[in-house]
Design a protein around this ligand. Structure first.
Ligand code: GTP
Ligand code: SPV
Ligand code: MN
Length: 596
């Protein structure tokens, strides 16, 4: 509890609105968490898994209609519509508070209100920000306990300050027709109602650490980005850090926890994980960019995670983990998901809670025939990750040598290229595109523009966001270099050309060598590409020189065709797209045309 009058007044107001039976302050203690786990098991909200095989692990299933973020029901509520921008949904704040108040009213009746004080970032770091989430869901509490730093020390750090993000969540009837995820950046407020799924309700994550934080970053001169952060350790012990923005379900967790190919491991190369989803980035005293991961755990995609693709992630989920919407293996009370191994359980319950027959699995209808939902997730503690960086809790963050953008593109984008400058790199980020995935409700596999992998997460106008990138660039004395990667290029049969996963390390080495100035590159119309022989290929199986050349080829016709779509996207964002980016676009077009 706290005597902070801003906190107390706000909670009192919210109490009047949602009418809980009781108020429970979450103190971050293991003792209290244990009581909540026991309560959740008693009501069936969670299932305790096999203590010998998965100690401290639980299974939870959300409602069948509540399995991913809902972008069409996500709103940015600024007083002036134009400040929310054209690609965000907007509602007038007053209207929104009124509309949602009707949905929140009495919604906690008979249930306790859990008060979760949490810090995004190490408690007390100058990077860090405090939030308080009110929720009626034990599942939310237990996830927040893993994903953020929760407890009384957060209230101590807050002291008498009025500066904290006020999050109100109610599961209510979980009615998709009345589901709203609303952000009031001008009030440091988030209201989420009628969902109980991950990104919609763990308000510290996308709602605060990206949508609200991106707005604060613009105001205060820093950046909140949808980026992993990792360190590459060289055989001499030196560690270089980079951050990378890929859209949802496009490989951030996998890259962040990468294990280098054997030949590199033998030489002493290692990868250390700082973060897998979100980076808060500031200019350091030495003129470089520094990044922290504001989270304290991983809310990772389960399907496809296995002992070959991502052994570190798998290991991280083997204790103290909450699994959401995976398949329940009744043979030994453990969990399973597509891509874990080749032995689907015979006696099993699918993500919907029904008996499941693995023989009926049909790749073209995954939602209805798979054991685990394609967007099923694990919530795991960062401290359980075998490759967690020793800098994870460093309040100053880690210095960035490179920023990497990447998407899921079957064609067009090459394996890797380097931007010509910070401004050109901002342009490269702004024209990113990717095939949509199961992480958000809606069609899957459709190419859409997703600038900086932030399209669903920019808390203000996208044109102003690009402007902020350009302005930051002018203020950074020693900016990192900017790159673009694509692990997902396919051949004519739709097979991935690049093995990906651990082998992506080879591309990271080229990127860092470019930052050190120790390797040459080929100048092309889109930027600098590797000489094929400079992608280290020792021990790289099944990839011929021809394939590497293919992966690095730039098809000018398809780039020119793509630029038409970029132009349309810029038009859609509207007049606040900086003229520098329009210039970059026409320069790129000229370079592509003249090379034809
Ligand atoms: P969010 O948590 O939604 O932000 O996702 P993420 O960006 O962390 O994605 P994640 O690492 O969980 O990967 C999502 C999917 O992409 C999984 O099915 C992976 O198996 C697949 N994937 C990741 N890296 C690679 C790669 O290098 N190559 C290929 N072909 N697939 C990959
Ligand atoms: C994403 O969709 O990018 C995620 C999962 O990381 S969620 O927390 O649901 O947003
Ligand atoms: Mn994400």
């Amino acid at each position: 509890m706290t005597n902070n009058r801003y906190v107390r007044t706000w909670i009192e107001d919210m109490k009047q609105l949602v009418c809980p039976a009781d108020i429970i302050w979450i103190d971050g203690s293991e003792q209290q968490a244990d009581l909540l786990r026991a309560e959740a098991c008693r009501t069936g909200e969670m299932i305790k898994l096999n203590e010998d095989l998965l100690p401290g692990c639980y299974l939870h299933r959300t409602a069948v209609n509540d399995v991913a973020r809902v972008e069409d029901r996500t709103f940015i509520c600024t007083r002036r519509k134009e400040d929310a921008g054209t690609i965000n949904n907007w509602m007038d704040p007053k209207e929104c508070y009124e509309k949602l108040s009707r949905l929140f009213r009495n919604s906690y009746a008979g249930k306790p209100m859990y008060v979760i004080p949490y810090s995004m970032g190490p408690v007390g770091s100058e990077f860090s920000k405090i939030g308080i989430e009110l929720t009626d869901s034990i599942y939310v509490v237990l996830n927040m306990l893993i994903m953020t730093r929760v407890g009384n020390d957060v209230l101590d750090a807050l002291g008498d300050s009025p500066v904290f993000v006020k999050g109100l969540h109610a599961t209510a009837d979980c009615d998709p027709e009345n589901r709203y995820i609303c952000h009031f950046p001008e009030d440091d407020t988030i209201w989420s109602v009628n969902s109980a799924y991950g990104g919609n309700v763990l308000l510290g994550k996308k709602c605060f650490a990206l949508r609200i934080a991106s707005y604060l970053g613009k105001k205060e001169g820093w950046m909140a980005e949808h980026m992993l952060i990792l360190g590459v350790e060289y055989p001499n012990g030196e560690i270089k850090y980079l951050s990378a923005a890929f859209p949802s379900a496009c490989g951030k967790t996998n890259l962040a926890m990468l294990i280098p190919p054997e030949s590199f491991r033998k030489k002493g190369f290692k990868v250390w994980t700082v973060g897998d989803d979100i980076a808060w980035i500031r200019i350091g005293e030495d003129g470089r960019l520094y990044a922290i991961n504001p989270e304290n755990g991983f809310f990772g995609v389960a399907p496809g995670t296995n002992s070959h693709s991502n052994p570190n992630a798998l290991e991280t989920t083997r204790r103290d983990c909450i699994f959401t919407n995976v398949c329940h293996n009744l043979e030994n009370n453990t969990v399973w998901w597509e891509g874990l191994d080749d032995n689907p359980p015979v006696n099993a319950i699918n993500w919907k809670g029904e008996p499941w027959d693995y023989r009926k699995y049909d790749k073209s209808d995954k939602i209805n025939t798979s054991g685990a939902h394609p967007n099923s997730r694990f919530t795991a503690k960062a401290e359980n990750c075998p490759c967690l960086s020793s800098e994870f809790n460093n309040p100053k963050g880690v210095p960035l040598s490179a920023i990497v953008f990447g998407g899921r593109r079957a064609k067009t984008a090459p394996l890797v290229y380097e931007a010509r400058s910070w401004q050109h790199g901002t342009f490269v980020g702004s024209i990113m595109a990717s095939e949509t995935t199961a992480a958000a409700a809606g069609a899957i596999g459709v190419v859409r523009r997703d600038p900086m992998a932030m399209r669903p997460f920019i808390g203000y106008d996208a044109g102003d966001y690009f402007r902020h990138w350009l302005e930051m660039g002018k203020r950074i004395p020693t900016p990192p270099k900017i790159f673009h990667v694509n692990w997902f290029r396919t051949d004519s049969e739709g097979q991935f050309l690049w093995p990906g996963f651990g082998d992506n390390f080879r591309v990271l080495l080229w990127i860092l060598a470019r930052c050190e100035g120790t390797v040459d590159a080929v100048e092309t119309p889109i930027g600098f590409l590797p000489n094929p022989e400079d992608i280290p290929s020792e021990g790289l199986e099944g990839v011929t020189e021809e394939t590497i050349k293919d992966l690095l080829s730039v098809d000018r016709e398809s780039w020119i065709a793509d630029l038409e779509n970029v132009r349309e996207f810029y038009r859609m964002i509207g007049e606040r797209v900086p003229c520098e980016l329009h210039e970059e676009l026409s320069d790129l077009e000229k370079r592509l045309q003249s090379a034809l």
